[in-house]
Write a protein that binds this ligand. Structure first.
Ligand code: GDP
Length: 334
């Protein structure tokens, strides 16, 4: 690895990533996060070179409301996994952090012990990027992390907004971190999030909170029972844990592995990953189409004019889309 600014060949960069060189890993991800067209071309070439080394990890989404204990749990679970010989990458999908100035997901100081480990790699969400942008870079960063030999990839997101759906479209197993609430136990956890969960970990089951955590777990089990299982291969599980006391985290890891194995054996996992790849292609294609259309100055202005009319309620969104389609020379959709 050269420390100089001289441009490194993509082959060298790929080799250094494969060798788990941290500087190279950082460079590769920076390339992926870059919006410069040249960098994007290089990033795609790099991904293509590394493709054979990807798809080898167990990809886990970790979601839950702010304060549920996600970073505490990731820090502790990550330490446990490293002790077992795993290599753990933590990535964040958090399009809001830069705007609200709130807690920054994937922030190294929130996972202090794990951040200091050589077998861990923590990458915060790129700041000031839209959900679409964060989703794109996170998906590609998963591939880079896998090529670098990380066999467990944890993708952290806040369980509010749309980021949790985006994350479910890039992981194998989805874990929701919940906490016992007052009265209504499902407080703070939206039904939509529950539907995505493969495993629910009710956290903070310690000291005088244990009873409440058990009650919450019972209610979650009942709620999950009402929701139809999203697939026949796996019935979502509920556990109580204390991330702070490192209690129940081995059982949580066993459940995650059990779920992963069940999905893999039934073929659901391959199906999920195939669907994700197909959806991903469609997303990129849609973005390309839109970018190509808006690429011309005149078209960009026309697009803006029509968007303004839609915003003002002068034309309906469907009418606006028809106008745009006509401008793009597309045939009328039936
Ligand atoms: P995040 O916003 O979901 O990442 O939550 P944090 O991990 O930052 O935790 C929020 C607060 O809950 C912190 O004060 C933690 O110390 C505390 N906390 C996290 N896990 C536990 C736990 O298992 N038991 C208890 N009692 N507190 C916890």
């Amino acid at each position: 690895m050269t420390g100089s600014k001289s441009p490194q060949s993509l082959e060298d960069l790929a080799s250094a990533v494969r060798a788990n060189d941290r500087v190279a890993l950082g460079r590769a991800i920076t390339l992926i996060e870059s919006t410069k067209p040249d960098d994007q071309t290089r990033a795609q070439e790099l991904l293509k070179t590394l493709l054979p080394e990807t798809k080898k990890s167990i990809r886990i989404g970790i979601s839950g409301p702010p304060g549920a204990g996600k970073s505490t749990l990731i820090d502790q679970l990550g330490m446990n996994l490293i002790a077992q010989g795993h290599k753990v990458a933590v990535l964040a999908v958090d399009p809001t952090s830069s705007r609200t100035g709130g807690s920054i997901l994937g922030d190294k100081t929130r996972m202090g012990r794990l951040a200091a480990e050589s077998d861990a790699y923590i990458r915060p969400s790129p700041a000031g990027t839209s959900l679409g942008g964060v989703t794109k870079t996170t998906r590609e960063t998963i591939a880079i992390a896998e090529a670098a030999g990380f066999d467990v990839v944890l993708v952290e997101t806040v369980g509010v907004g749309q980021s949790e759906t985006a994350v479910s479209n890039m992981v194998d197993v989805y874990v929701v971190v919940a906490i016992p609430g007052a009265g209504d136990e499902l407080q703070g956890i939206k039904r939509g999030l529950l539907e995505l969960a493969d495993v629910i970990a009710v956290n903070k089951a310690d000291n005088d909170n244990i009873e409440r955590a058990n009650r919450a777990a019972t209610e979650y089990r009942a709620a999950l029972h009402i929701l139809a299982a999203s697939n026949a291969a796996w019935q979502p599980a509920v556990l109580t844990v204390s991330a702070r006391d490192n209690a129940g985290l081995d059982a949580l890891w066993d459940k995650i592995k059990e779920c992963h194995a069940a999905l893999a054996e039934s073929g659901v996992l391959d199906g999920r990953r195939a669907d994700q790849a197909a959806a991903w292609m469609r997303e990129i294609f849609e973005q390309r189409l839109l970018a190509a259309f808006k690429g011309g100055r005149r078209a960009a202005r026309q697009y803006q004019d029509i968007e303004d009319k839609v915003r003002a309620g002068e034309v309906t969104p469907a009418e606006g889309a028809d106008e745009l389609a006509a401008l793009a020379g597309l045939k009328q959709a039936k």
